[in-house]
Design a protein around this ligand. Structure first.
Ligand SMILES: [Zn+2]
Ligand SMILES: [Zn+2]
Length: 474
């Protein structure tokens, strides 16, 4: 008689390992031939100079699509695009139930509605600190802090051990929106025993701590009263704490706030739906704001990364129908330069400077922005709290993941393994190791058409036709 195949717990990243963006993580449980899966996050990445014409890049779900009937659920840790941006594109190929906390669920519903999937795709709204039971997986949300409301870590309990999947986080002692990092829950999980921690690596090269949203509030509270003329402020729309800071500083200085850009308006609605941005005045539409005196308005704009169609780019080009900036006005960039966006941001800032607009950026005004990801001191604290047996760095380029492995080893974590997209890492039983490889490509979205990386839609059509004809010959 042959031995039955043993149960295994595996981690399989299909996006987000060896890159920052496009997070798509899978956990599998069961014998190799009959695993049940959960998906954690399903995000996009954005095209850059290396992918001309391509705006959005998706992880290729080919591997898990073949096991779609064995996907028990898709759990979304938070609402950043690199974690939820691919849901509307790829859900039809996976068709599994979706789980998210209220703020994330609000934004997810918007995406599904736009894609005409709202009826088909079921979203289960999970409360903060709630628990989701999916077959062999029991998933409890742990409240963390980041740069968006409701960032959740996941304690994934299985019969072979518990994984702490951190998602994106930092330790902000005063995040302004939502609760502080639930240190107690992580310590208790550590007491209970953490088999593996799958953890954010974005800032592993940065010493110290990321800093708090409350420090940015102090900086902007000091800066905004000094500004004359019209003021524009650009930040990531999803950073509701930052939005809240800028809005309150504007109001305290007699400026009405005008939201410029679709995602700013959508995020404000999502924030209000979960009780954030309370007690602020109604926003003034851009068509009315232009009639206010210069010192009576602040424009809160999208486009801090130099995106060509975003609000700030149109203002800089002079093509925005209602918002004009010129000599004596000011523009605050309360954001960082995402690597890859240096050139478009520089072009945008040069255009604004040419109009006579004074610029305030992270470069010349420290404290105008803080990162949402953990620096080395925060990573060390997380390891001390969770005490995992295995460190699995993710959410980073190769160099970040390898540096994170070195840090984990310094911190006496018994095992550390830096996966590449497609590496199936067996976490238990036995030593953690890569036991299999799954295809993990990328899909390019060009003008709404999805093609494989380096693929050519026409070529694929011709090939499909030839395959059909060949079949006919056999
Ligand atoms: Zn992320
Ligand atoms: Zn994030």
């Amino acid at each position: 008689m042959t031995q039955p195949e043993p149960d295994e717990l595996v981690f399989l990243p299909l996006g987000g390992s060896n890159e920052i963006g496009m997070n798509f993580n899978l956990y599998g449980f069961g014998p190799a031939h009959a695993r049940k899966w959960i998906v954690v996050d399903l995000g996009v990445t954005f095209g850059d100079q290396t992918t001309p014409g391509v705006e959005i890049i998706l992880p290729d779900p080919e591997f898990i699509e073949e096991h779609a009937k064995d996907i028990l659920g898709i759990v979304l840790t938070h609402a950043h695009e690199d974690h939820i941006g691919a849901v509307a594109w790829l859900w039809p190929r996976l068709k599994a139930p979706l789980f998210a906390t209220p703020f994330t669920a609000f934004l997810l519903r918007e995406k599904l509605r736009e894609a005409d999937l709202l009826e088909a795709a079921a979203i289960t709204e999970v409360p903060l600190n709630g628990t989701i039971r999916l077959g062999p997986f029991e998933i409890t949300l742990i409240t963390l802090t980041h740069s968006i409301p409701e960032p959740n870590g996941l304690a994934i309990r299985t019969p072979l051990g518990t994984v702490l999947h951190t998602g994106d986080w930092k330790i902000d002692p005063d995040p302004l929106t939502g609760a502080v990092t639930d240190e107690g829950a992580i310590r208790r999980l550590g007491d209970e025993g953490v088999l593996a921690m799958v953890c954010d690596s974005t800032n592993v090269f940065v010493d110290g701590e990321a800093g708090s949203e409350s420090e940015v509030r102090a900086t902007l509270d000091g800066l905004i009263p000094q500004l004359k003329g019209r003021v524009a402020a650009a930040c990531f729309a999803s950073n509701v704490a930052r939005m809240d800071t800028i809005i309150r500083a504007a109001e305290a200085n007699g400026r009405r706030v005008c939201l410029v850009g679709r995602s700013m308006i959508r995020m404000a609605a999502a924030a209000k739906s979960v009780g954030l941005l309370q007690g602020v005045r109604d926003f003034i539409p851009d068509s009315e704001a232009k009639h206010l005196p210069d010192a009576g308005v602040l424009y809160l704009c999208t486009g801090s990364q130099g995106e060509p169609r975003a609000a700030l780019a149109r203002v800089a080009d002079g093509t925005h129908p209602h918002v004009k900036l010129g000599a004596g006005d000011a523009c605050i960039f309360s954001s960082r330069v995402i690597p890859g966006n240096e050139v478009p941001i520089r072009n945008l800032q040069n255009k604004l400077a040419d109009l006579g607009v004074r610029l305030y950026t992270e470069r010349d005004h420290p404290g105008i922005h803080v990162s949402g990801h953990p620096c080395r001191d925060e990573l060390k604290r997380m390891y001390q709290w969770a005490r995992p047996q295995i460190a699995v760095p993710t959410h980073g380029e190769r160099r970040h993941l390898l540096e994170h492995v070195a840090l984990a080893k310094d911190l006496q974590v018994p095992q550390a393994i830096a996966p590449r997209n497609g590496d199936m890492v067996r976490l238990a039983p036995g030593m953690a190791m890569v036991v299999d490889e799954a295809p993990a490509g990328r899909l390019y979205v060009d003008a709404g058409v999805v093609t494989p990386e380096n693929g050519d839609a026409l070529f694929l059509e011709v090939k499909a036709l030839m395959d059909e004809q060949l079949k006919g010959l056999l």
